[in-house]
Design a protein around this ligand. Sequence first.
Ligand code: NAD
Length: 298
Amino acid sequence: MSTIAWIGLGHMGAPMSGNLVAAGHTVRGFDIAPACIEAAAARGVTTVGSVAEALEGAEACFTSLPMPAHVRGVYDGPDGIWAHAASDTLLLDTSTVDVDTSRWCHDESSARGFTFVDSPVSGGTAGAEAHSLTFMLGGAATDLERAKAFVEPMAGSVILCGEATAGIASKLVNNMMLFVSALGVAEGSQLAERLGLDPTVFWNVANVSSGASWPQRTWYPVPGVVSTGAADKNFDATFSLDLARKDCSLAVQAGESAGLNLPAAELALAQFEQLVGEGLGAKDTMLITKLVTPDGSL
Ligand code: NAD
C-alpha cells in the first residue's frame, strides 16, 4: 500500500481520495476550504495544512482543482508541488484544463525531473462515489502503466489514450458531447411534462430507446426521477455551471483553433454564460432546464 498526496478535496476530490483510503492507501489531503478538509477527514483522509505536508512520503500526487489557473498555481511557486515533491513522486492531474495547461504541466515537470500524467475523469460525483469513473490517461507508455495502478481503485474504466495531453484532449471532446446532449435532455424533460407524461415512465422509455444519453440517465432534471441528479436538491451543484462554462469554453476554443464550426457547443456555452451572468454559477449545470420554460420556473 502507498502514501498518496491529494490536493483539492471538493465534489470530486473528496470521494475519489476516500476511495483510495478504502483501497488501503494512506492519503494525505490538502484543500484551502475548511469545509472540504472536514468532509475528506470523515472519509479517512489524513488532512494536512499545506501542499508540502501532503507530499511527505508520497509515491503519487493527485490534483483535483477547479480551473487551469488553480492547477498552474498549485504546481508552480515556492509552496507548490514542484518545490516539495520527491523526484520519484508520480504527478497526476485529474482536473479538466485546456491542452496548453496540460502540455505546460508535462513540459515543466519533465524539465524539473518529474513524471506527469494527464489523468482527467468522466462520470461525475456519482461515478466518483461509486469508484466507477472513466480515467483518460496521457503520457509516455511506461508512465501510463505506473499511473494505472494508482487510479484503479477509483475507476470503472482506465483508458490509455496515448502520448502527453491525449487524455485531456479526449476529456474536452467528451464533455462537449455531454453538454450538447444535456440541452436535448433539458428540452425533452419539459416537453414530456407539457405532454402530460409521467416523468418516471418517460425516463424509462428514453432509457431503453434512441433518446438515451448519459445526462438523461444521470442528470434527468425533474424531481423524483433519478437520485444522481440535482433536481431533488434544489439544483445544488453536482457539476456546477461555472465548471460547465469553463469546459465548454475550452472545447469551443479548441474548435476555433482547429477551424471547425461547433454551433451546438456554442449554443450550450451561451446558455451557461447567461446563467452564470445571472449569478447562478455555483448551481448545477442542468439548471439550463429553466431556459426552456417561458417564465424560468421548474
Ligand atoms: P470543486 O470546486 O468542488 O473542487 C475543487 C476544490 O479545489 C475545492 O474544494 C477548492 O477549495 C480546492 N482548491 C482550489 N484552489 C486550491 C488550492 N490552491 N489548493 C488546494 N485546494 C484548492 O470542483 P469539482 O467539481 O470537484 O471539480 C474538480 C475538477 O474536476 C474540475 O477541474 C472539474 O472540471 C473536474 N471534473 C468535475 C466533475 C464533476 O462532476 N464535478 C466531473 C469530472 C471532472
